[in-house]
Design a protein around this ligand. Structure first.
Ligand SMILES: NC(=O)c1ccc[n+]([C@@H]2O[C@H](COP(=O)([O-])OP(=O)(O)OC[C@H]3O[C@@H](n4cnc5c(N)ncnc54)[C@H](O)[C@@H]3O)[C@@H](O)[C@H]2O)c1
Length: 249
């Protein structure tokens, strides 16, 4: 459970504990992560999702301690919010490293251990910004579109190894990530999701035999698998060879 020290990750870790799972709260914030794990009866592990070495260490430790891994929730993420004209190299690299590398490196590190258990479940926290454009936050939008595309493209390969993978795409959720925007949104009557709503959607993904879906989570609605519109194929009705994308996919 990455980013389990706060917000959506914490609520999801709590829901998983409630469902009887052993949970590892893996987070870069050791103080908050340790407290979260203590409160939940979980284990804390220090993890920087942007670091392949940190992932290797985590997988090694967890596998030795628990004997294997059945579920990976790739949730750690940060907001962007900087206009592209004033975006520094460092800010750009940080957002992409946490939001995109963190999911790709996490999936890469977990696929082997999940397959060795005979299959498993992966869920990545994307965002509604993975499906729609947020004009105020193009880099965050790019990072979350990457997560949705990655999950969808990864699913067929993982299915052959008995692993399902989903993306959850929450709307605005009341967590520290919203920062100063919360008051602004509330003043304008924007309903916010509770972190528990996203946790419930994640548990729904874990229970689904389906794979490769992007689940929209909006305030007051049940999670719904997004239906992607088809794209036009080449003229003349030619279908791309397998593995090169299909119209409608
Ligand atoms: N809050 C929202 O409105 C909202 C909406 C849609 C999607 N999301 C996504 O949900 C996910 C969780 O966000 P949240 O709202 O709970 O935010 P949050 O700030 O409450 O929690 C994020 C957690 O990620 C951890 N983290 C940050 N960088 C890390 C790193 N390099 N390695 C390991 N852990 C790291 C933080 O320490 C923190 O515990 C993110 O991917 C975010 O983009 C949030």
């Amino acid at each position: 459970m990455t980013g389990g020290a706060s917000g959506i990750g914490y609520a999801t870790a709590r829901a998983l504990r409630g469902a009887g799972a052993q949970v590892v709260v893996a987070d870069i914030d050791a103080e908050a992560g340790g407290k979260a794990a203590d409160a939940l009866g979980a284990t804390f592990a220090l993890l920087d999702v942007t670091s392949p070495a940190s992932w290797d260490k985590l997988v090694d430790t967890v596998t030795r301690f628990y004997g294997g891994i059945d579920i990976g929730v790739l949730n750690a993420g940060v907001s962007g919010g900087t206009p592209v004209g004033s975006l520094t190299d460092a800010a750009y690299r940080r957002i992409m490293a946490i939001n995109v590398d963190g999911v790709v490196f996490g999936a890469r590190a977990l696929v082997g251990p999940l397959a060795r258990r005979g299959g498993g479940r992966l869920v990545a926290t994307a965002s509604l910004a993975g499906l729609v454009a947020m004009p105020r936050d193009p880099v965050y939008t790019a990072s979350k579109h990457a997560v949705v595309g990655f999950v969808r493209a990864l699913a067929p390969d993982l299915a052959e190894r008995g692993i399902t993978v989903h993306a959850v795409c929450p709307g605005l959720t009341d967590t520290p990530l919203l920062d100063g925007a919360k008051a602004y949104l509330e003043e304008r009557g924007m309903p916010l999701l509770r972190p528990e709503d996203i946790a419930e959607a994640v548990l729904g993904c874990l229970g689904s035999e389906d794979t490769g879906r992007a689940w929209v989570v909006q305030a007051g609605r049940e999670p719904i698998a997004y239906t992607f519109r088809g794209v036009p194929g080449p003229a003349g009705g030619v279908r791309p060879p397998e593995g090169f994308g299909v119209p409608g996919g």
